[in-house]
Design a protein around this ligand. Structure first.
Ligand SMILES: C[S@@+](CC[C@H](N)C(=O)[O-])C[C@H]1O[C@@H](n2cnc3c(N)ncnc32)[C@H](O)[C@@H]1O
Length: 302
C-alpha cells in the first residue's frame, strides 16, 4: 500500500484502518509495534464532519479494528485508547456506551487493564449546551476516558520518564525538611523517604492539558490552504505523556485513527518511529502543516 507521505521516522497512510491492518503492509508489522496510541471517533449524538457511529455498530466497528491491531504489538507493547463522553439525544442523560466499549475491548480481546486515566481539558467550552448553558441542569462535561491496555500486566513502562515539577507545597516541604512522620488516617505511612528530592513528582492518573494554545503551524497551514482544521485534536502533551511512559527512543508507535496526526508529530519529536492511518484525505493534507520541516511539499500535493 503506498504511503501518503513519509518522514525520517514515519509513514502516513490515507486508508481506512482495517483495510491497512489486513493489507500486506499492515500484516508485516506483526509483533513490532511498541505502542498503539489512539483516539477513535466518540459515539456523539451530534456527529462531527468525519461521522460518528453509535450503539452496537459503534462498539463492533472498534472491536473489529482493535482485534486486527493487537497482533501488531510487541510482547511488552501497550495500547492506549481515549474515548470521550456521549449524551443521549434530547434528554439530559449520559450514555454508558463509551465505558461499555472500553470494557468490551478489554474482555473480548483478552487484554490486561494496566491503568485507567482521565484527561481533563480545563478550557473545554461548556456543553452539552442545552443542559449546561440554556436549562442549567448539568455542569460542563470536561473529561475523557483513557484506558491503558496490554497483552500482559507488565508491559514496558517507566514513570521516571514522565515526572513533573514539584508543586509549591511539596517544594516548601523539601526545603524545610519538616513534616509529620507516621501513619495517616488513610493508613499511608509517611517515612524517611518522603523528603528525598528526586527528579520530579510522580504524576497522577488525572491528566490536565489544554489543546487551545498549540500546533500554531498546523492551524496556520490549514487556514492558508483552505483546509478543514481537525475538530477533535488530541493535545500534544497527552500524546507525549503516553509515548514517554511506555516507549523508548527508536520504538514504533501506531495510530489507526490519525486525524491531524498529533501522534506522528509527537513520536517524531521524541525520536520514536511512527505509522498512522486516517481515512480522510483532507485531514492528511492538513496534517502536512505539522511536518513543514520534514516533508517535501509542492503546490500540487496540497
Ligand atoms: C477523534 S479523531 C482523532 C484525532 C487525532 N487524535 C488528532 O489528534 O488529530 C478520529 C479520526 O478517526 C478517523 N476515522 C474514523 N473511522 C476511521 C477508520 N475506520 N479508519 C481510519 N480512520 C478513521 C476520522 O476521520 C477522524 O479523523
Amino acid at each position: 500500500m503506498p504511503s501518503f507521505y513519509e518522514t525520517s521516522h514515519g509513514r502516513a497512510y490515507n486508508s481506512e484502518a482495517n483495510t491497512f491492518l489486513t493489507s500486506e503492509a499492515g500484516r508485516a508489522l506483526a509483533g513490532q509495534v511498541n505502542l498503539i496510541l489512539t483516539s477513535p471517533p466518540y459515539p456523539l449524538a451530534a456527529p462531527k464532519a468525519y461521522g460518528n457511529k453509535n450503539g452496537k455498530e459503534y462498539t463492533s466497528e472498534l472491536l473489529e479494528i482493535f482485534s486486527a491491531a493487537i497482533p501488531l504489538l510487541a510482547p511488552d507493547g501497550s495500547m492506549v485508547v481515549e474515548i470521550g463522553n456521549a449524551w443521549e439525544k434530547g434528554v439530559p442523560e449520559m450514555q454508558t456506551l463509551p465505558v461499555e466499549t472500553l470494557l468490551q475491548i478489554k474482555s473480548e480481546l483478552n487484554l490486561a487493564l494496566c491503568q485507567m486515566f482521565v484527561w481533563e481539558n480545563p478550557n473545554k467550552l461548556p456543553g452539552p449546551a442545552t443542559w449546561v448553558n440554556v436549562k442549567r441542569v448539568r455542569v460542563k462535561d470536561s473529561f475523557t476516558h483513557i484506558w491503558w491496555y496490554a497483552t500482559t500486566p507488565n508491559p514496558k513502562a517507566n514513570n521516571r520518564n514522565v515526572l513533573t515539577p514539584y508543586k509549591g507545597g511539596m517544594e516548601r516541604l523539601l526545603g524545610s525538611k519538616k513534616y509529620n512522620r507516621g501513619t495517616r488516617p488513610s493508613g499511608h505511612s509517611v517515612g524517611e523517604g518522603f523528603l528525598v528530592r528526586n527528579q520530579g513528582a510522580i504524576p497522577s492518573s488525572v491528566l490536565s492539558y489544554t489543546n487551545s494554545v498549540e500546533a500554531k503551524e498546523y492551524v496556520d497551514w490549514c487556514v492558508q490552504n483552505d483546509l478543514p482544521r481537525h475538530p477533535a485534536r488530541m493535545p500534544q502533551k497527552l500524546a507525549e505523556f503516553f509515548i514517554n511512559l511506555t516507549t523508548e527512543p527508536g520504538d514504533l508507535v501506531f495510530d489507526p485513527f490519525g486525524g491531524s496526526n498529533t501522534t506522528g508529530r509527537v513520536a517524531q519529536n521524541l525520536d520514536r518511529n511512527w505509522i498512522v492511518t486516517e481515512m480522510s484525505e483532507n485531514y492528511w493534507h492538513g496534517s502536512k502543516g505539522r511536518f513543514l520541516d520534514s516533508i517535501n511539499i509542492s503546490e500540487d500535493t496540497i
